[in-house]
Design a binder for this molecule. Sequence first.
Ligand code: B12
Ligand SMILES: *[C@@H]1O[C@H](CO)[C@@H](O)[C@H](O)[C@H]1NC(C)=O
Ligand SMILES: *[C@@H]1O[C@H](CO)[C@@H](O)[C@H](O)[C@H]1NC(C)=O
Ligand SMILES: *[C@@H]1O[C@H](CO)[C@@H](O)[C@H](O)[C@H]1NC(C)=O
Ligand SMILES: *[C@@H]1O[C@H](CO)[C@@H](O)[C@H](O)[C@H]1NC(C)=O
Ligand SMILES: *[C@@H]1O[C@H](CO)[C@@H](O)[C@H](O)[C@H]1NC(C)=O
Ligand SMILES: *[C@@H]1O[C@H](CO)[C@@H](O)[C@H](O)[C@H]1NC(C)=O
Ligand SMILES: *[C@@H]1O[C@H](CO)[C@@H](O)[C@H](O)[C@H]1NC(C)=O
Ligand SMILES: *[C@@H]1O[C@H](CO)[C@@H](O)[C@H](O)[C@H]1NC(C)=O
Ligand SMILES: *[C@@H]1O[C@H](CO)[C@@H](O)[C@H](O)[C@H]1NC(C)=O
Length: 433
Amino acid sequence: MRQSHQLPLLGLLLFSLIPRQLCEIFEVSKNNYTDLNPLINTMINSKYTKGIQAANVLLSLRLGGILNQCQEQQLVQQVNLTVYYKASTLTSGQLALAILALGACKTPDETSIRYPNLVKNLRNKFKAEIKNMGKHNGNPLTNYYQLSLDVLALCLFRGKFSITQVAKIFEPGNKNFYFQGQFSVDTGAMAVLALTCVKNITNGKKKTDVENLNNINNHIKSLIEKILSQKKENGLLGNIYSTGEAMQALFVSSDYYNESKWDCQQTLDTVIMEIHKGAFRIPTAAAQILPALMGKTYLNVNKDSPCVYGPGDFNISTVEPITVTPPLSPSQIQVNYSVVIIEETHSTTVSVANGSVFLDVMEAAQKENATLFGFTVEERSWGPYITSVQGLTANNNNRTFWELLNNGQPLDQGVGSYIVHEGDNLEVRWSTY
Ligand code: B12
Ligand SMILES: *[C@@H]1O[C@H](CO)[C@@H](O)[C@H](O)[C@H]1NC(C)=O
Ligand SMILES: *[C@@H]1O[C@H](CO)[C@@H](O)[C@H](O)[C@H]1NC(C)=O
Ligand SMILES: *[C@@H]1O[C@H](CO)[C@@H](O)[C@H](O)[C@H]1NC(C)=O
Ligand SMILES: *[C@@H]1O[C@H](CO)[C@@H](O)[C@H](O)[C@H]1NC(C)=O
Ligand SMILES: *[C@@H]1O[C@H](CO)[C@@H](O)[C@H](O)[C@H]1NC(C)=O
Ligand SMILES: *[C@@H]1O[C@H](CO)[C@@H](O)[C@H](O)[C@H]1NC(C)=O
Ligand SMILES: *[C@@H]1O[C@H](CO)[C@@H](O)[C@H](O)[C@H]1NC(C)=O
Ligand SMILES: *[C@@H]1O[C@H](CO)[C@@H](O)[C@H](O)[C@H]1NC(C)=O
Ligand SMILES: *[C@@H]1O[C@H](CO)[C@@H](O)[C@H](O)[C@H]1NC(C)=O
């Protein structure tokens, strides 16, 4: 494989600015940058980078200082289209992500751009989330990962919000930090980033401020403990897809845990290994892991760092494209597939090409009997998301969703990514989270 590109100079400098106790990240050597190529390729070569996925990618590549002007313009255009023409259909967190991406770096002449209209719109969407919690048993329109993105964007871009309310909502015992009783590391990490920003803009003069600061400090400490308690043998925090954001949370919270509690290098080594195994083939997955690998966090977003351009820019066209999924082989495999709704189970055995994904199995079953195996699917930033099966639709107001399992174990990938194997017992189950 020929690798003839390099990261921009600023990228090199940034490596050396990472606080020492965190991670020795990469040695400044070309060898190490090539480890990141699969991520960058996935993000830049994706033909499907539009909408919110483009916001994820833009934010990530800007934080990394990896884009050239042309690539950046294309991505900004995609995000522009989404925020200016589809604003009303965006969820709160989608808009927040777009604001973070658009504001993630500034050329010297636009340091004052703060997207006041978008921020005002976000404020209204955030209010609607809170209102929904009041009406529907504490359940927001979306989820706490998105409420955290909202607070982060409002905080960084000078939107109005109540610090007292934030301190109250993000109480770590809140059920919205958990899915099926399990602490959600992604959600906790995003909340730590948001709370860290809020903490920093709160000056402790008034009595309520002192109380809020005290609460927020306690929340951060407790969330960090919960994140570290999800550390696996191999150093991952939660699973491979939550690790990047958990690393960001740990980077900004070094005052809240003992250094001996986290071996950053081990986490990093495992992530690099997983990059080479192809774990980050989805652009959003690549986008979420990259900043941490470059020692950056979402709090670095409006630090007035200019976008990095120049002759040393990463030359995308010299990079070999990666295959997105292994090729289908002509041989067929047999898998079991069941739809489970409470006590009622409908099963079938389907035959699909070796190398097929879960979605192919669902489509084969649907062809066989659309009454029993009919379903609807929507494209989201992580790929196809199952919204209904047998006409039964998932609903955030009562925390219902269609859960994916194999051999009784929940999958950590979606229907568009999980490659099925001979003898799999696949299941879509009507569940609550
Ligand atoms: C909240 C959440 C959920 C909620 C979504 C409903 C709600 N109340 O919002 C619930 C609990 C239902 C859920 C379900 C699942 N999730 Co989920 N979820 C998240 C979380 C924490 C935040 C998503 C979000 O709001 N992003 C921000 C907004 C701005 O982006 P968005 O694209 O508009 O968000 C929507 C989609 O992401 C979608 N969504 C949520 N999860 C998943 C998973 C997949 C595969 C897809 C395609 C879409 C999708 O719901 C979001 C709200 O509408 C992410 C964490 C992360 N790191 O991103 C995990 C995450 C995306 N989920 C994940 C997984 C694996 C699942 C499940 C497949 C689990 C399972 N075994 O069933 C199912 C989806 C099954 C299906 N029906 O297709 C993984 C995806 C990894 C991967 N490589 O694909 C993540 C990264 C968590 C992790 N660390 O493993 N999830
Ligand atoms: C970085 O590169 C050096 C030598 O080029 C290598 O020894 C080291 O293991 C690499 N680090 C990582 C995290 O891959
Ligand atoms: C995106 O929108 C902003 C604000 O309307 C505009 O100034 C900018 O030129 C647009 N950028 C692109 C690449 O379309
Ligand atoms: C805290 O806020 C100040 C300005 O109020 C800013 O200069 C500083 O970078 C912020 N620190 C963090 C960690 O965000
Ligand atoms: C950190 O952990 C080490 C080893 O477990 C211990 O010796 C040290 O006292 C701890 N420091 C703090 C500040 O808790
Ligand atoms: C980038 O790659 C293209 C095609 O391989 C080449 O023509 C161009 O000169 C390269 N640019 C830089 C800056 O290396
Ligand atoms: C499916 O393909 C994989 C490699 O792509 C191979 O190892 C496996 O034996 C194949 N299974 C069948 C049943 O053909
Ligand atoms: C689908 O399954 C249902 C229930 O078993 C059955 O009544 C129906 O005839 C089947 N439809 C087809 C097209 O096989
Ligand atoms: C959830 O809400 C939907 C729509 O309001 C309703 O059809 C469904 O029966 C509810 N499910 C549960 C488990 O309460
Ligand atoms: C498919 O499921 C049925 C019923 O659950 C089970 O008896 C059978 O062994 C399964 N087949 C395979 C290949 O696992």
